[in-house]
Ligand binder design. Structure first.
Ligand SMILES: [Zn+2]
Length: 172
């Protein structure tokens, strides 16, 4: 009811305008970097960055690049919710969102490239359902790399909604 979008839509309908501070996607990620540096110890950060030796001077930069990759393709609205959760302030996140490809299993746009045997692209792993895009499209065809079928992965999402459900509110 009091979401940023609801307030904005109402303001537009009433002909008034509400201007929230505009911040860039990079600024939200930099804020997340500062949070990670505060809350994670060196060992956890090294694990997150998937590296064995880390130089203290570059850790902030590496963390920023890792988070940029992690939040690639997520909506500006999602980042503004993260910003509000951390700071308690509403802000409009602006910036170009990278277009991602649809996962054949969960249908979310999570893949940085789609499977194409001629181009030699694919085998990206979906961040949401963990399906590896190996070109399988039939939902009951067994996939070797995934050790299962798309149907089985979809059932796992249904059976563990708390592990997979990422939206804040249910759709009616
Ligand atoms: Zn998926």
């Amino acid at each position: 009811m009091f979401s940023y979008l609801a307030v904005k839509v109402r303001a537009e309908q009433e002909g008034t305008s509400i201007n929230y501070r505009k911040i860039s996607r990079d600024d939200v990620l930099k804020l997340l970097v500062r949070c990670r540096l505060t809350f994670n110890n060196q060992e956890q950060l090294v694990e997150l960055l998937e590296t064995s030796c880390i130089n203290n001077e570059t850790i902030e930069e590496d963390l920023f690049l890792t988070l940029t990759e992690l939040y690639k393709g997520t909506s500006n609205g999602y980042l503004s919710e993260i910003y509000e959760a951390i700071t308690g302030e509403k802000a409009e996140v602006i910036g170009k969102v990278d277009e991602l490809f649809k996962c054949p299993c969960c249908n979310r746009k999570t893949l940085s490239e789609s499977y194409d045997s001629k181009k030699g692209t694919g085998y990206d792993i979906c961040d949401y359902c963990r399906w590896e895009d190996d070109g399988t499209t039939e939902i009951d065809t067994h996939s070797g790399v995934n050790r299962g079928t798309i149907s089985e992965y979809r059932s796992k999402i249904q059976e563990n909604p708390n592990l997979y459900y990422k939206e804040k509110w249910y759709l009616l």
